[in-house]
Design a protein around this ligand. Structure first.
Ligand SMILES: [Zn+2]
Length: 396
């Protein structure tokens, strides 16, 4: 048992949630070789993501002008989280009373104290190791043979990940057995995509730059510029929720679905398709679906069937499905003709938009039997139709 392992066990036994999220000098192991993982992302504490992605940064300590210059340059450079997302790091002056943002102490450790992301006092408290030879101390630097400057730059990238609310990737419960580094520091509350062997937040990676998963993950957490038409190639880097463009379901990480033509809701081209988890679709607006621009299933608000594409109808008052106003109406898929009074059975349950059903058991997973709503679908009076179950994604 080497020193770090004892350290990690001590954390576990104490069950301390608010612990220094540091990077112990010998915390890392060589990365597993020849092990392939499918989906690569981050582990976020969404509750502590910054409300405003323009995040002020200040220095608690004086001196170290050269090192401070490296850090500011790194975190505002093409290598930074800010280059891929709506996040920006501003200020970089001396801390003042009442300052809210990331407060950095030039010291002898690489750590974010108190927890991930924006704490209740509006701050994130970071220490960076500006001592004489941090490149000989920190595993990520040693493994990459980094210079002192590059070590400080790279470790700052990692620590700013914590300040943005990202936990250590190897803390995730879905960490493969091949990654044997013990969890360290606070956990997140949200898996952003699946486990990322290349993340700069992963002790089982010696990466000295943001992985593609890191780059897409910060867009998922904070929004950002359009990632491009093929960032989520199947089986390589499936996209997390709120990231696109995707083309097929396998372009999207587990728990998300590729939804067509909603890029405009994220500030991108309307032709962009976006991976989405339940509840992550922003409300498009009360006039989003029109006869000139009809909506596909799951989108709204619509006012009549003419606002929905062929094969879908405008179903009233189901907006709560997406966490929108319950008064919002959504386009929902349907079948062209009434399938019949005995069309649905427990042995052969109906999909959304089909009927007649007699109980939820006669509707497919994720749908429930809606009583007497047949006429809305053009079906006979008193007929019952399978419709999306509130709380379950209407997209599936
Ligand atoms: Zn760390």
């Amino acid at each position: 048992m080497h020193a770090y392992y004892r350290h990690a066990v001590a954390f576990a036994l104490a069950a301390i949630l608010v612990t220094p999220i540091g990077c112990d000098p010998d915390a890392e192991q060589p990365p597993p070789e020849a092990v392939e993982y499918e989906q690569f992302m981050l582990y976020g504490l969404a509750a502590n993501y910054w409300g405003n992605p323009t995040i002020p940064v200040c220095w608690e300590t004086s001196g170290d002008a050269t090192e401070k210059g490296w850090v500011e340059d790194e975190l505002t450079s093409a290598r930074s989280w800010s280059n891929f997302s709506n996040v920006s790091f501003t200020g970089w002056n001396s801390c003042t009373t009442g300052f809210d943002g990331i407060r950095i102490t030039g010291g002898t450790s690489m750590v974010v104290n108190g927890g991930l992301g924006e704490l209740s006092d509006g701050d994130s408290d970071m220490e960076l190791d500006f001592s004489s030879a941090p490149q000989n101390t920190w595993t990520r630097c040693v493994e990459n043979s980094l210079s002192r400057e590059d070590c400080i730059r790279t470790m700052a990238l990692h620590e700013f990940g914590h300040s943005l609310g990202f936990a250590h990737e190897h803390n995730r419960s879905d960490t493969p057995a091949a990654c044997t580094d013990s969890p360290q520091g606070s956990n997140g509350d949200t898996f952003i995509g699946d486990w990322d062997p290349d993340s700069i937040m992963n002790y089982c990676s010696s990466s000295d730059s943001l992985s593609q998963g890191d780059q897409l993950g910060v867009v998922s957490a904070y929004g950002g510029p359009f990632p491009g038409w093929s960032p989520c190639s199947s089986g390589t880097y499936p996209c997390p929720t709120k990231v696109g463009d995707c083309d097929v379901e396998s372009d999207c990480a587990d728990g998300t679905t590729c939804v067509d033509d909603v890029g405009d809701l994220f500030g991108w081209s309307s032709a962009a398709d976006v991976c989405l988890a339940d509840g992550d679709l922003p409300f498009p607006g009360w006039a989003y679906c029109t006869p000139a621009s009809p909506c596909t299933t799951g989108l709204g608000d619509c006012d009549s069937d003419a606002d929905c594409v062929a094969g879908t109808i405008c179903l009233n008052d189901v907006g709560a499905e997406h966490g929108w106003s319950s008064a919002a109406d959504l386009c929902v898929q349907t079948v062209a003709t009434f399938p019949g009074w005995s069309a649905c059975s427990a042995a052969s349950p109906c999909p959304a938009g089909s009927g007649d059903c007699d109980s939820d058991a006669e509707c497919q997973a994720g749908t429930v039997c809606g009583n007497d709503i047949g006429p809305t679908f053009g079906f006979p009076d008193l007929s019952d139709v399978c419709i999306p179950d509130p709380g379950y994604s209407i997209f599936r």
